[in-house]
Ligand binder design. Structure first.
Ligand SMILES: NC(=O)c1ccc[n+]([C@@H]2O[C@H](COP(=O)([O-])OP(=O)(O)OC[C@H]3O[C@@H](n4cnc5c(N)ncnc54)[C@H](O)[C@@H]3O)[C@@H](O)[C@H]2O)c1
Ligand SMILES: O=C(O)C(=O)C[C@@H](O)[C@H](O)[C@H](O)COP(=O)(O)O
Ligand SMILES: [Zn+2]
Length: 360
Protein backbone atom coordinates (compact mmCIF):
# COMPACT_ATOMS: atom_id res chain seq x y z
CA UNK A 1 0.00 0.00 0.00
CA UNK A 2 1.23 3.49 -0.88
CA UNK A 3 0.25 6.57 1.11
CA UNK A 4 0.10 10.20 0.01
CA UNK A 5 -0.91 13.16 2.11
CA UNK A 6 -3.07 16.11 1.13
CA UNK A 7 -1.41 18.83 3.12
CA UNK A 8 -4.08 21.27 4.27
CA UNK A 9 -3.07 21.94 7.88
CA UNK A 10 -5.95 20.92 10.16
CA UNK A 11 -7.86 19.57 7.15
CA UNK A 12 -4.98 17.32 5.97
CA UNK A 13 -5.78 13.71 5.13
CA UNK A 14 -4.17 10.55 3.75
CA UNK A 15 -4.77 8.89 0.39
CA UNK A 16 -4.25 5.12 0.55
CA UNK A 17 -3.56 3.37 -2.76
CA UNK A 18 -3.19 -0.39 -3.12
CA UNK A 19 -4.85 -3.76 -3.53
CA UNK A 20 -7.39 -5.34 -1.18
CA UNK A 21 -7.22 -2.53 1.33
CA UNK A 22 -8.82 -2.99 4.71
CA UNK A 23 -11.59 -0.38 4.59
CA UNK A 24 -12.58 -0.85 8.23
CA UNK A 25 -9.10 -0.40 9.68
CA UNK A 26 -8.34 2.63 7.50
CA UNK A 27 -11.70 4.23 8.33
CA UNK A 28 -11.12 3.62 12.03
CA UNK A 29 -7.79 5.43 11.74
CA UNK A 30 -9.52 8.36 10.06
CA UNK A 31 -12.54 8.35 12.39
CA UNK A 32 -11.14 7.25 15.76
CA UNK A 33 -14.13 8.20 17.92
CA UNK A 34 -16.95 7.61 15.47
CA UNK A 35 -19.69 5.03 16.01
CA UNK A 36 -22.42 5.64 13.41
CA UNK A 37 -21.49 5.49 9.75
CA UNK A 38 -23.68 5.54 6.67
CA UNK A 39 -22.35 3.97 3.49
CA UNK A 40 -23.70 5.83 0.48
CA UNK A 41 -23.51 3.84 -2.75
CA UNK A 42 -25.61 2.99 -5.79
CA UNK A 43 -27.55 0.08 -7.23
CA UNK A 44 -24.65 -1.04 -9.45
CA UNK A 45 -21.84 -0.86 -6.91
CA UNK A 46 -23.73 -2.14 -3.87
CA UNK A 47 -24.12 -5.74 -5.14
CA UNK A 48 -20.37 -5.80 -5.89
CA UNK A 49 -18.76 -4.16 -2.86
CA UNK A 50 -21.28 -3.25 -0.16
CA UNK A 51 -21.04 -6.49 1.86
CA UNK A 52 -17.25 -6.36 1.98
CA UNK A 53 -17.32 -2.71 2.98
CA UNK A 54 -20.02 -3.15 5.61
CA UNK A 55 -18.43 -6.18 7.31
CA UNK A 56 -15.00 -4.58 7.29
CA UNK A 57 -16.48 -1.53 9.06
CA UNK A 58 -18.45 -3.67 11.52
CA UNK A 59 -15.27 -5.56 12.41
CA UNK A 60 -13.90 -2.23 13.64
CA UNK A 61 -16.94 -1.57 15.83
CA UNK A 62 -18.80 0.85 13.54
CA UNK A 63 -22.61 0.73 13.52
CA UNK A 64 -23.39 0.72 9.82
CA UNK A 65 -26.43 2.05 7.95
CA UNK A 66 -26.73 2.27 4.18
CA UNK A 67 -28.25 4.55 1.57
CA UNK A 68 -28.39 3.11 -1.93
CA UNK A 69 -29.09 5.62 -4.70
CA UNK A 70 -30.10 5.09 -8.31
CA UNK A 71 -27.09 4.93 -10.66
CA UNK A 72 -25.97 7.63 -13.04
CA UNK A 73 -25.08 11.26 -13.66
CA UNK A 74 -28.77 11.99 -14.29
CA UNK A 75 -29.33 11.22 -10.57
CA UNK A 76 -26.70 13.68 -9.31
CA UNK A 77 -29.64 15.78 -8.24
CA UNK A 78 -31.31 17.50 -5.37
CA UNK A 79 -33.68 14.48 -5.12
CA UNK A 80 -30.79 12.08 -4.49
CA UNK A 81 -29.27 14.56 -2.06
CA UNK A 82 -32.61 14.63 -0.21
CA UNK A 83 -32.65 10.82 -0.18
CA UNK A 84 -29.33 10.88 1.71
CA UNK A 85 -30.65 13.54 4.12
CA UNK A 86 -33.81 11.51 4.77
CA UNK A 87 -31.79 8.36 5.42
CA UNK A 88 -29.58 10.21 7.92
CA UNK A 89 -32.49 11.82 9.75
CA UNK A 90 -34.49 8.54 9.79
CA UNK A 91 -31.49 6.75 11.32
CA UNK A 92 -31.29 9.52 13.96
CA UNK A 93 -27.66 10.14 13.08
CA UNK A 94 -26.08 13.06 14.92
CA UNK A 95 -23.15 15.35 14.32
CA UNK A 96 -20.72 12.64 15.39
CA UNK A 97 -21.66 10.33 12.50
CA UNK A 98 -19.69 9.90 9.29
CA UNK A 99 -20.58 9.17 5.68
CA UNK A 100 -18.68 6.69 3.55
CA UNK A 101 -18.83 7.31 -0.20
CA UNK A 102 -18.51 3.92 -1.89
CA UNK A 103 -18.53 4.47 -5.64
CA UNK A 104 -17.53 6.66 -8.53
CA UNK A 105 -17.45 10.40 -8.84
CA UNK A 106 -21.21 10.79 -8.80
CA UNK A 107 -21.61 9.02 -5.45
CA UNK A 108 -18.48 10.74 -4.14
CA UNK A 109 -19.55 14.27 -5.09
CA UNK A 110 -23.07 13.81 -3.70
CA UNK A 111 -21.93 12.14 -0.49
CA UNK A 112 -19.37 14.87 0.06
CA UNK A 113 -22.01 17.54 -0.38
CA UNK A 114 -24.38 15.71 1.96
CA UNK A 115 -21.55 15.50 4.54
CA UNK A 116 -20.80 19.20 4.11
CA UNK A 117 -24.38 20.15 4.87
CA UNK A 118 -25.93 17.52 7.18
CA UNK A 119 -26.32 19.25 10.52
CA UNK A 120 -23.87 21.86 9.16
CA UNK A 121 -21.12 19.36 8.52
CA UNK A 122 -20.13 15.80 9.44
CA UNK A 123 -17.07 13.73 8.57
CA UNK A 124 -16.79 11.60 5.45
CA UNK A 125 -14.41 9.16 3.80
CA UNK A 126 -14.05 8.53 0.07
CA UNK A 127 -13.78 4.94 -1.17
CA UNK A 128 -13.53 5.52 -4.93
CA UNK A 129 -14.34 2.55 -7.17
CA UNK A 130 -13.83 4.07 -10.64
CA UNK A 131 -10.57 5.12 -12.24
CA UNK A 132 -11.92 8.65 -12.57
CA UNK A 133 -12.80 8.83 -8.90
CA UNK A 134 -9.41 7.42 -7.85
CA UNK A 135 -7.37 9.81 -9.98
CA UNK A 136 -9.45 12.92 -9.54
CA UNK A 137 -12.84 13.30 -7.87
CA UNK A 138 -12.15 11.64 -4.50
CA UNK A 139 -9.27 14.04 -3.82
CA UNK A 140 -9.53 17.76 -3.21
CA UNK A 141 -12.91 18.30 -1.59
CA UNK A 142 -14.97 19.62 -4.50
CA UNK A 143 -18.45 18.31 -3.70
CA UNK A 144 -21.62 19.02 -5.67
CA UNK A 145 -24.91 18.16 -7.28
CA UNK A 146 -26.08 19.32 -10.71
CA UNK A 147 -28.81 21.81 -11.54
CA UNK A 148 -30.69 21.14 -14.82
CA UNK A 149 -29.11 24.34 -16.16
CA UNK A 150 -25.56 23.64 -15.15
CA UNK A 151 -23.06 21.12 -13.90
CA UNK A 152 -22.05 21.06 -10.20
CA UNK A 153 -23.91 24.33 -9.66
CA UNK A 154 -24.77 23.52 -6.04
CA UNK A 155 -21.91 22.42 -3.85
CA UNK A 156 -19.18 23.13 -1.35
CA UNK A 157 -15.46 22.76 -0.83
CA UNK A 158 -15.37 20.15 1.90
CA UNK A 159 -12.45 17.78 2.44
CA UNK A 160 -12.80 14.09 3.34
CA UNK A 161 -11.00 12.54 6.32
CA UNK A 162 -9.33 9.92 4.09
CA UNK A 163 -9.35 8.48 0.58
CA UNK A 164 -9.09 4.71 0.18
CA UNK A 165 -8.35 3.71 -3.41
CA UNK A 166 -8.50 -0.06 -3.80
CA UNK A 167 -7.18 -0.79 -7.30
CA UNK A 168 -8.84 -4.23 -7.31
CA UNK A 169 -12.28 -2.66 -7.55
CA UNK A 170 -11.34 -1.53 -11.07
CA UNK A 171 -11.51 -5.17 -12.22
CA UNK A 172 -15.29 -4.91 -12.57
CA UNK A 173 -15.28 -1.46 -14.21
CA UNK A 174 -16.55 -1.47 -17.82
CA UNK A 175 -13.98 -0.41 -20.45
CA UNK A 176 -15.97 2.69 -21.43
CA UNK A 177 -15.73 3.90 -17.81
CA UNK A 178 -12.00 3.16 -17.74
CA UNK A 179 -11.63 5.33 -20.84
CA UNK A 180 -13.57 8.11 -19.14
CA UNK A 181 -11.14 7.98 -16.22
CA UNK A 182 -8.22 8.22 -18.63
CA UNK A 183 -9.50 11.59 -19.82
CA UNK A 184 -8.72 13.08 -16.39
CA UNK A 185 -5.42 11.17 -16.28
CA UNK A 186 -4.32 12.58 -19.63
CA UNK A 187 -5.55 16.01 -18.52
CA UNK A 188 -3.19 15.89 -15.53
CA UNK A 189 -0.25 15.22 -17.85
CA UNK A 190 -1.21 17.99 -20.27
CA UNK A 191 -1.67 20.71 -17.67
CA UNK A 192 1.32 20.18 -15.46
CA UNK A 193 3.48 17.10 -16.05
CA UNK A 194 4.98 16.54 -19.49
CA UNK A 195 7.03 13.57 -18.26
CA UNK A 196 3.86 11.84 -17.11
CA UNK A 197 2.22 12.54 -20.47
CA UNK A 198 5.22 10.88 -22.17
CA UNK A 199 4.90 7.91 -19.83
CA UNK A 200 1.25 7.58 -20.85
CA UNK A 201 2.21 7.76 -24.54
CA UNK A 202 4.80 5.03 -24.02
CA UNK A 203 2.19 2.85 -22.32
CA UNK A 204 -0.70 3.80 -24.59
CA UNK A 205 -1.32 0.24 -25.77
CA UNK A 206 -1.68 -1.03 -22.20
CA UNK A 207 -3.83 1.78 -20.78
CA UNK A 208 -7.09 -0.09 -21.23
CA UNK A 209 -5.94 -3.50 -20.05
CA UNK A 210 -6.18 -4.44 -16.40
CA UNK A 211 -2.55 -4.08 -15.40
CA UNK A 212 -2.51 -3.57 -11.63
CA UNK A 213 0.99 -2.19 -11.49
CA UNK A 214 0.37 0.32 -14.31
CA UNK A 215 -2.97 1.38 -12.79
CA UNK A 216 -1.39 1.80 -9.39
CA UNK A 217 1.37 3.97 -10.87
CA UNK A 218 -1.20 6.07 -12.71
CA UNK A 219 -3.43 6.53 -9.66
CA UNK A 220 -0.43 7.42 -7.49
CA UNK A 221 0.95 9.95 -9.96
CA UNK A 222 -2.43 11.65 -10.52
CA UNK A 223 -3.20 11.81 -6.79
CA UNK A 224 0.26 13.22 -6.16
CA UNK A 225 -0.31 15.95 -8.75
CA UNK A 226 -3.79 16.73 -7.45
CA UNK A 227 -2.73 16.69 -3.79
CA UNK A 228 0.04 19.20 -4.52
CA UNK A 229 -2.23 21.51 -6.53
CA UNK A 230 -4.98 21.39 -3.89
CA UNK A 231 -2.49 22.01 -1.08
CA UNK A 232 -1.37 25.18 -2.89
CA UNK A 233 -4.86 26.41 -3.75
CA UNK A 234 -7.72 24.64 -1.97
CA UNK A 235 -10.52 26.92 -3.21
CA UNK A 236 -9.48 27.51 -6.81
CA UNK A 237 -8.19 31.05 -6.48
CA UNK A 238 -5.26 30.35 -8.82
CA UNK A 239 -3.37 27.22 -9.91
CA UNK A 240 -6.27 24.84 -9.13
CA UNK A 241 -8.18 26.27 -12.10
CA UNK A 242 -5.75 24.34 -14.33
CA UNK A 243 -7.48 21.10 -13.22
CA UNK A 244 -10.43 22.49 -15.14
CA UNK A 245 -8.78 22.03 -18.55
CA UNK A 246 -11.43 20.82 -20.99
CA UNK A 247 -14.23 21.34 -18.48
CA UNK A 248 -15.56 24.73 -19.63
CA UNK A 249 -16.38 23.16 -23.00
CA UNK A 250 -16.99 19.68 -21.52
CA UNK A 251 -19.58 20.75 -18.98
CA UNK A 252 -21.41 22.61 -21.76
CA UNK A 253 -21.52 19.38 -23.78
CA UNK A 254 -22.85 17.42 -20.77
CA UNK A 255 -25.58 19.99 -20.10
CA UNK A 256 -26.49 20.36 -23.79
CA UNK A 257 -26.95 16.61 -24.33
CA UNK A 258 -28.60 16.07 -20.94
CA UNK A 259 -26.59 14.85 -17.94
CA UNK A 260 -25.55 11.22 -18.41
CA UNK A 261 -25.82 11.17 -22.21
CA UNK A 262 -22.07 11.51 -22.54
CA UNK A 263 -19.87 10.43 -19.63
CA UNK A 264 -18.08 13.26 -17.84
CA UNK A 265 -14.71 11.92 -19.01
CA UNK A 266 -15.89 11.75 -22.61
CA UNK A 267 -17.06 15.36 -22.49
CA UNK A 268 -13.77 16.41 -20.87
CA UNK A 269 -11.83 14.66 -23.66
CA UNK A 270 -13.74 16.48 -26.40
CA UNK A 271 -13.46 19.72 -24.39
CA UNK A 272 -9.71 19.26 -24.04
CA UNK A 273 -9.36 18.96 -27.81
CA UNK A 274 -11.38 22.17 -28.27
CA UNK A 275 -9.12 23.94 -25.75
CA UNK A 276 -6.03 22.66 -27.55
CA UNK A 277 -7.35 23.84 -30.92
CA UNK A 278 -8.18 27.28 -29.51
CA UNK A 279 -4.63 27.43 -28.10
CA UNK A 280 -3.24 26.42 -31.50
CA UNK A 281 -5.29 29.08 -33.26
CA UNK A 282 -3.94 31.68 -30.83
CA UNK A 283 -0.38 30.46 -31.44
CA UNK A 284 0.06 29.36 -27.80
CA UNK A 285 0.81 25.70 -28.62
CA UNK A 286 2.33 23.88 -31.60
CA UNK A 287 0.34 21.85 -34.11
CA UNK A 288 2.53 18.90 -33.19
CA UNK A 289 1.57 19.08 -29.49
CA UNK A 290 -2.11 19.27 -30.40
CA UNK A 291 -1.63 16.16 -32.53
CA UNK A 292 -0.05 14.34 -29.58
CA UNK A 293 -2.99 15.30 -27.34
CA UNK A 294 -5.57 14.09 -29.89
CA UNK A 295 -3.66 10.92 -30.59
CA UNK A 296 -3.38 9.90 -26.92
CA UNK A 297 -7.06 10.62 -26.24
CA UNK A 298 -7.97 8.63 -29.32
CA UNK A 299 -5.84 5.69 -28.18
CA UNK A 300 -7.72 5.81 -24.88
CA UNK A 301 -10.90 5.38 -26.97
CA UNK A 302 -12.19 8.83 -26.10
CA UNK A 303 -14.08 11.23 -28.38
CA UNK A 304 -11.97 13.97 -29.93
CA UNK A 305 -14.90 15.67 -31.69
CA UNK A 306 -17.80 17.39 -29.99
CA UNK A 307 -21.43 16.66 -30.95
CA UNK A 308 -21.90 18.31 -34.30
CA UNK A 309 -25.46 19.41 -33.59
CA UNK A 310 -24.01 21.76 -30.98
CA UNK A 311 -23.47 25.27 -32.31
CA UNK A 312 -21.03 27.91 -31.21
CA UNK A 313 -23.87 29.84 -29.62
CA UNK A 314 -25.04 26.72 -27.72
CA UNK A 315 -21.57 26.56 -26.20
CA UNK A 316 -21.50 30.25 -25.31
CA UNK A 317 -24.96 30.14 -23.68
CA UNK A 318 -24.03 27.17 -21.49
CA UNK A 319 -20.49 28.31 -20.72
CA UNK A 320 -21.90 31.46 -19.09
CA UNK A 321 -22.54 29.19 -16.06
CA UNK A 322 -18.90 28.15 -15.77
CA UNK A 323 -17.57 28.73 -12.27
CA UNK A 324 -14.45 30.42 -13.60
CA UNK A 325 -16.50 33.26 -15.12
CA UNK A 326 -15.36 36.56 -13.56
CA UNK A 327 -17.10 39.90 -14.09
CA UNK A 328 -18.97 38.39 -17.02
CA UNK A 329 -15.78 37.14 -18.76
CA UNK A 330 -15.39 33.47 -19.52
CA UNK A 331 -11.89 32.41 -18.46
CA UNK A 332 -10.36 29.54 -20.43
CA UNK A 333 -7.74 27.03 -19.35
CA UNK A 334 -5.59 26.42 -22.43
CA UNK A 335 -2.55 24.19 -22.88
CA UNK A 336 0.59 26.07 -23.93
CA UNK A 337 2.74 22.94 -24.35
CA UNK A 338 2.61 19.33 -23.24
CA UNK A 339 2.91 19.75 -19.47
CA UNK A 340 2.10 23.45 -19.37
CA UNK A 341 -1.14 25.41 -19.28
CA UNK A 342 -2.54 28.74 -18.19
CA UNK A 343 -5.79 30.62 -17.68
CA UNK A 344 -6.71 33.16 -20.38
CA UNK A 345 -9.37 35.79 -19.78
CA UNK A 346 -9.10 37.93 -22.91
CA UNK A 347 -10.75 35.73 -25.53
CA UNK A 348 -13.87 37.43 -26.85
CA UNK A 349 -17.12 35.51 -27.08
CA UNK A 350 -17.31 36.24 -30.82
CA UNK A 351 -13.85 34.86 -31.42
CA UNK A 352 -14.52 31.60 -29.54
CA UNK A 353 -17.97 31.21 -31.06
CA UNK A 354 -16.68 31.60 -34.61
CA UNK A 355 -13.79 29.22 -33.99
CA UNK A 356 -16.21 26.62 -32.63
CA UNK A 357 -18.27 27.00 -35.81
CA UNK A 358 -15.18 26.25 -37.94
CA UNK A 359 -14.60 23.07 -35.89
CA UNK A 360 -18.08 21.66 -36.57
N1 LIG B 1 -15.08 16.46 -7.27
C1 LIG B 1 -14.19 16.46 -8.24
O1 LIG B 1 -13.09 17.01 -8.11
C2 LIG B 1 -14.51 15.76 -9.53
C3 LIG B 1 -13.49 15.47 -10.43
C4 LIG B 1 -13.81 14.79 -11.59
C5 LIG B 1 -15.11 14.38 -11.83
N2 LIG B 1 -16.07 14.66 -10.93
C6 LIG B 1 -17.44 14.18 -11.11
O2 LIG B 1 -17.41 12.76 -11.10
C7 LIG B 1 -18.48 12.26 -11.86
C8 LIG B 1 -17.99 11.19 -12.81
O3 LIG B 1 -17.46 10.14 -12.04
P1 LIG B 1 -17.30 8.66 -12.61
O4 LIG B 1 -16.66 8.71 -13.94
O5 LIG B 1 -16.68 7.86 -11.54
O6 LIG B 1 -18.81 8.24 -12.90
P2 LIG B 1 -19.89 7.43 -12.02
O7 LIG B 1 -19.78 7.76 -10.62
O8 LIG B 1 -21.18 7.62 -12.70
O9 LIG B 1 -19.42 5.92 -12.22
C9 LIG B 1 -19.38 5.38 -13.51
C10 LIG B 1 -20.22 4.10 -13.64
O10 LIG B 1 -19.46 3.00 -13.15
C11 LIG B 1 -20.21 2.29 -12.16
N3 LIG B 1 -19.20 1.76 -11.25
C12 LIG B 1 -18.53 2.43 -10.31
N4 LIG B 1 -17.57 1.65 -9.79
C13 LIG B 1 -17.67 0.46 -10.40
C14 LIG B 1 -16.93 -0.73 -10.30
N5 LIG B 1 -15.87 -0.85 -9.50
N6 LIG B 1 -17.31 -1.79 -11.06
C15 LIG B 1 -18.36 -1.65 -11.93
N7 LIG B 1 -19.07 -0.55 -12.09
C16 LIG B 1 -18.71 0.51 -11.33
C17 LIG B 1 -21.14 3.32 -11.61
O11 LIG B 1 -22.25 2.72 -10.98
C18 LIG B 1 -21.51 4.10 -12.86
O12 LIG B 1 -22.49 3.40 -13.58
C19 LIG B 1 -19.09 13.44 -12.59
O13 LIG B 1 -20.28 13.82 -11.96
C20 LIG B 1 -18.05 14.52 -12.44
O14 LIG B 1 -18.60 15.80 -12.45
C21 LIG B 1 -15.81 15.35 -9.78
O1 LIG C 1 -10.64 19.42 -8.60
C1 LIG C 1 -10.80 20.33 -9.40
O2 LIG C 1 -10.56 21.50 -9.11
C2 LIG C 1 -11.31 20.05 -10.76
O3 LIG C 1 -11.63 20.99 -11.49
C3 LIG C 1 -11.42 18.63 -11.18
C4 LIG C 1 -12.40 18.38 -12.30
O4 LIG C 1 -11.96 17.21 -12.96
C5 LIG C 1 -13.82 18.12 -11.81
O5 LIG C 1 -14.62 17.66 -12.87
C6 LIG C 1 -14.52 19.22 -11.06
O6 LIG C 1 -15.68 18.74 -10.45
C7 LIG C 1 -14.94 20.37 -11.94
O7 LIG C 1 -15.23 21.42 -11.10
P1 LIG C 1 -16.16 22.64 -11.44
O8 LIG C 1 -15.76 23.63 -10.40
O9 LIG C 1 -15.85 23.08 -12.83
O10 LIG C 1 -17.56 22.17 -11.29
ZN1 LIG D 1 -13.54 16.46 -14.30
Amino acid sequence: MQILNVDLKERSYPIYIGEDLSYGQLCRKALPKCQDVMIVSNTTIAPLYLDKCRSSLEDEGFKVATCILPDGESYKTVDSYMQIMTALISASFGRDCALIALGGGVVGDMTGFAAATYQRGVAYVQIPTTLLAMVDSSVGGKTAINHPQGKNMIGAFYQPKAVIADINTLKTLPEKERSAGLAEVIKAGIIIDGEFFKFLEENADKLLSFDVSLLEQIVYRCCDIKAKVVALDEREGGIRALLNLGHTFGHAIEAFLGFGTWLHGEAVAAGTVIAAKVAEDKGFITKDDVKRICSLLDKAKLPIDFPKNMTGSDFMRLMRHDKKVKSGHIRYVLPTAIGKSAVFSDLSDDYVMQLLETMR
